[in-house]
Design a protein around this ligand. Structure first.
Ligand SMILES: Nc1ncnc2c1ncn2[C@@H]1O[C@H](COP(=O)(O)OP(=O)(O)O)[C@@H](O)[C@H]1O
Ligand SMILES: [Mg+2]
Length: 278
């Protein structure tokens, strides 16, 4: 089943928030979801109630070739979680060198995850280029670039669309064809925010998967280590996320049975939309 990466040139735009809560929204649509934290900040777990002092995780142990199945955490939201795990500076350097030498350390378990026909894998990435991005991007069906509405200008948008933040040369151009966008933090009460959002929507057309309102419900949910759909299901952000989940689900192969079943879904790709409409 598909791998969807969440990336951005800049940090603090809402990637981790989006991965966690979009996973929740997709779960509500009946999808079996695995969330994978590829960001050494190790923050994705905090949305799922993993205690702060619990520093265990898949990526942090990568050089020891852990079994990803054994590293999975079941969450109250019904989503499987692979935390990144806490890494000291020395271990982070060792991980980067190992991944550069042997991309299979990550590519092999990723391929195994994707071989499970029931699983939809959402991966949270650090901002900008990273070894994890270089390994995961060629395997991804879709790369979602998260944009912050107040920080967006036509010049920045062109740069992001080019995919240069995904790497360089021909590979970046290929990956750019799989880019879709989510605009985060839109404030409809602000005429500036509204105008910026409208300009982005007009420019991106169908490559804009959706927009998310600026909404304190997201921060409150994180503070309680829960998903916004559970805590504030009627909030603007929860509704926006549900809409994005529906748009995304329409681009993905549909599961044939309820998620409790082991039956594989039929393969029903829609390449034109799925590959960024290019
Ligand atoms: N739509 C939103 N409305 C309000 N706060 C948001 C929104 N999206 C994200 N945030 C907050 O912004 C901060 C950064 O989000 P985060 O998901 O950690 O970004 P990233 O993973 O890109 O670094 C968090 O405190 C999060 O709660
Ligand atoms: Mg993050």
């Amino acid at each position: 089943m598909p791998l969807i990466l969440f990336a951005s040139p800049k940090g603090g735009v809402g990637k981790t928030t989006l991965v966690a809560n979009l996973a929740g929204a997709l779960r509500r649509l009946g999808r079996a979801v695995l969330v994978l934290d590829l960001d050494p900040q190790n923050a994705l777990r905090l949305h799922f109630g993993v205690p702060l002092q619990d520093g265990g995780g898949f990526m942090a142990r990568l050089v020891q070739r852990p079994d990803w199945r054994a590293e999975q955490r079941a969450t109250a939201a019904g989503i499987a979680l692979l935390p990144h795990g806490a890494l000291g500076l020395r271990d982070a350097l060792e991980q980067a060198v190992a991944l550069e030498r042997e991309p299979g350390l990550l590519a092999t378990p990723l391929r195994e995850m994707l071989a499970d026909p029931r699983l939809l894998v959402l991966a949270d990435l650090p901002p900008g280029p990273s070894h994890a991005l270089a390994v995961a991007a060629p395997l991804a069906s879709l790369i979602v670039a998260v944009l912050r509405s107040e920080a967006i200008s036509a010049a920045i948008l062109g740069e992001i669309e080019s995919g240069r933040f995904l790497g360089s040369g021909t590979m970046a151009a290929i990956l750019a064809g799989r880019l879709q966008f989510v605009l985060n933090g839109v404030d409809l009460a602000s005429s500036l925010s509204r105008a910026a959002a409208q300009a982005v929507a007009q420019h991106l057309g169908p490559r804009l998967l959706g927009a998310i309102s600026r909404d304190e419900a997201l921060g409150e949910a994180l503070a309680q280590q829960r998903l916004v759909q559970e805590l504030h299901p009627a909030s603007a952000a929860a509704q926006d996320l549900q809409q994005i989940a529906q748009t995304l689900a329409a681009l993905l192969p549909a599961p044939a049975e309820p998620p409790s079943s082991l039956a594989p879904p039929p393969f029903n790709p829609t390449p034109a939309t799925f590959w960024g409409g290019r």
